[in-house]
Write a protein that binds this ligand. Structure first.
Ligand SMILES: Nc1ncnc2c1ncn2[C@@H]1O[C@H](COP(=O)(O)OP(=O)(O)OP(=O)(O)O)[C@@H](O)[C@H]1O
Length: 330
């Protein structure tokens, strides 16, 4: 156990959640897989130190609770605080989309996979906006696939620590602060965010656009640059229409729409969703098609396990509603 670890395997939180293993340590918290002694299921336990200056778990709990019942959202199982840490317990999901992309041979997804997962992400973004919050850290590692046969084809939105309420009590858009501190992740941040402007609904959609480009091409032009100002300048100079050559023609309208939005504007989610659906239909992409990580790599040797997988894939193609066990579970 490293000194910074707030828990170790075997610890039991609130007489109910027994820690199994650490699965992540992000910028603000630690994530553990734990066993729920009550439901007998494995769950995700996210903690932040009570001493940490930047406390974000309260916001995480607020947003997660408000999102309950919406699609693409983990189930909230509990939360609390003690003298050492704040914690939240939620359903456990599978691999995040950053890991899945990096595990691809060419570090990118096919257009079929990219469009179908991005359409799900757009739905998730619309959901968080519908409850009056911005996510403000839309990036591949904040989306994970379900881990069970029943949900392994569904994308789940994670990490509401940087969320912010953008509506006031009347439901109208809050007045923008003249200057706001930068929030988010440099690679996927909108140009507005780089300029420390108050973020709005369109900024989450800009991050989705950058994610989609990275899914399809495997990279963004500023991938190697760490400095926030330098990346901001590069984004400002970059002719974003260059990205369109990698995307179906419908995405010209997608880009034009997000470019047209101002701080108070409500995005036309229906238009954006229809562009995904049109491009998916025009390319005859079927919802039942396997995602890239569910397929075998071409050079993989046929082993008894991969033969089993092949049979499952064939069955999956025949039974589109029957999810398969994804390859990494075999
Ligand atoms: N419910 C969950 N089920 C499975 N894995 C999860 C879950 N929540 C988080 N993780 C994993 O832990 C990683 C970090 O989680 P999260 O983004 O919530 O924490 P964070 O401390 O805010 O991290 P970061 O600062 O990197 O965004 C995720 O990318 C994901 O791989």
């Amino acid at each position: 156990m490293s000194e910074a670890d707030l828990l170790q395997p075997g610890n039991v939180v609130r007489d109910r959640w027994k820690v199994l293993t650490k699965i992540g340590g992000g910028g603000f918290g630690q994530i553990y897989e734990a066993f729920d002694l009550l439901t007998k299921e494995n769950v995700a336990l996210k903690l932040e130190s009570a001493k940490q200056p930047k406390q974000v778990l309260k916001m995480e709990v607020t947003v997660l609770r408000r999102l309950q019942g919406k699609d693409h959202v983990c189930k909230f199982l509990g939360g609390g605080t003690n003298e050492m840490y704040n914690y939240v317990v939620m359903t456990l999901q599978g691999k995040n989309l950053a890991e899945l992309r990096r595990s691809q041979t060419r570090q990118c997804f096919s257009l079929s996979t990219s469009l179908r997962i991005s359409a799900q992400i757009l739905d998730a973004i619309e959901s968080i906006h519908s409850i009056g919050f911005l996510h403000r850290d839309i990036k591949p590692s904040n989306f994970a696939m379900g881990r069970l046969p029943s949900n392994c084809r569904k994308v789940y939105m994670l990490d509401f620590g940087l969320a912010r309420k953008y509506t006031n009590a009347e439901g109208t858009v809050r007045a923008a602060r003249p200057q706001a501190g930068f929030r988010g992740t440099v690679r996927y941040a909108s140009i507005n965010a780089h300029k420390n402007k108050e973020m709005s609904r369109h900024d989450d959609l800009w991050s989705l656009f950058y994610m989609l480009i990275e899914f399809v091409t495997g990279q963004l032009p500023w991938r190697r640059i760490k400095d926030k100002e330098q990346v901001g300048q590069m984004k400002e100079k970059y002719d974003h229409s260059t990205f369109l050559k990698n995307l179906p023609s419908e995405f010209k309208q997608f880009l034009e729409h997000i470019q047209s939005l101002d701080y108070v504007d409500k995005p036309n989610y229906e238009l954006l969703k229809s562009l995904f659906h049109q491009s998916i239909a025009r390319r005859s992409i079927k919802e039942s098609e396997l995602f890239d990580w569910e397929k075998e790599t071409e050079d993989e040797v046929i082993t008894p396990n991969s033969a089993v997988l092949q049979t499952q894939q064939q069955q999956q193609q025949k039974e589109p509603t029957q999810p398969i066990v994804s390859s990494f579970e075999l």
